[in-house]
Design a protein around this ligand. Sequence first.
Ligand code: TYM
Length: 332
Amino acid sequence: MARIFSGVKPTGHLTLGNYLGAIRRWAERDQHSAEALFCVVDLHALTVEHDPARVRRLSRQAATLLLAAGLDPDVCTVFVQSHVDEHTRLSYLLECTATDGEMRRMIQYKEKAARERARGGSVRLSLLTYPVLMAADILAYRAEEVPVGEDQAQHVELTRDLAVRFNQRYGPTFTVPRATHPAVAARVMDLQDPTSKMGKSHDATGGIVYLLDDPDVVRRKIMRAVTDSGRDVEYDRVARPGPANLLDVLAACGDGDPRELAGAYGSYGALKSDVADAVIELLRPVRERHAELSADPGQVDAVLKEGAARARAMARPVVDAAYDAVGLLPAG
Ligand code: TYM
């Protein structure tokens, strides 16, 4: 059976971008179509300045939200990255496969490093090596498919390159994975700055819809979304990014086509109002289920424990094979 792996990083509260770009598909499609693993990749949250208590809280919240969004632990494996040592064991071998030039070319590294420096902070070495750990996350399970938003495409490309290079050097060890993206809303943009991605770790939160925002907050953020001075509603991602983003979100909520939807609106006010209604309805069951699950954190912890045991059993033989292939003496 095909394997699928994907993950979400607990650096902030999960957003509508995370949901439409990734999590909703994991629940609706991916978990049923393959042997699927979904991971709260907590080690990745340590690549930027972090507060330990917040990371712990956000990790549990992310796991709870994955279950609330419909991931079924009887059907797929849900776990926390740091509970399975194989990820970091493999990461080192992949650091010995990747080059520093390759790492420095990663767009997310360049952007995040620039942001850290602008804040007067220092850039952690792990921010540079992060994509290698991400490659290890995927390759440790011989995953064939990686369902992600568009912003992760370059990282999955790197993962493919590393898998091919490793296999060529040391013999067939890893499956070469491919990224899959949703047809619409693969890149949900910030409502206040529609030229940049809606990202959970951004400082200004007015343009970000969080999955756990109250419905009236969601409505306010959407009604205040930046559009433009145009009179008609038209779908053009380059020339008119604000309206296009709203149309993408509306289309994704109802499985429609953003271009066709554009024709149905005569004003931005009406469009925003429908987007707000659609998003609030889309998120309602997730919020409700999250509230139920949060009342019983022991249940979530039990799912994560069981998930880690399953994940470990899958990753261990693959990582052992990689250690053997590069010439390390078996531990016996
Ligand atoms: P992260 O935590 O930033 O995002 C989790 C998932 O949500 C998608 N996403 C978006 N999709 C559409 N529009 C947006 N505005 C938006 N923002 C986020 C992301 O593409 C992602 O699919 N490096 C990864 C986490 C990771 C991972 C992995 C993913 C670590 N190891 C292995 C897949 C496989 C990240 O930072 O995702």
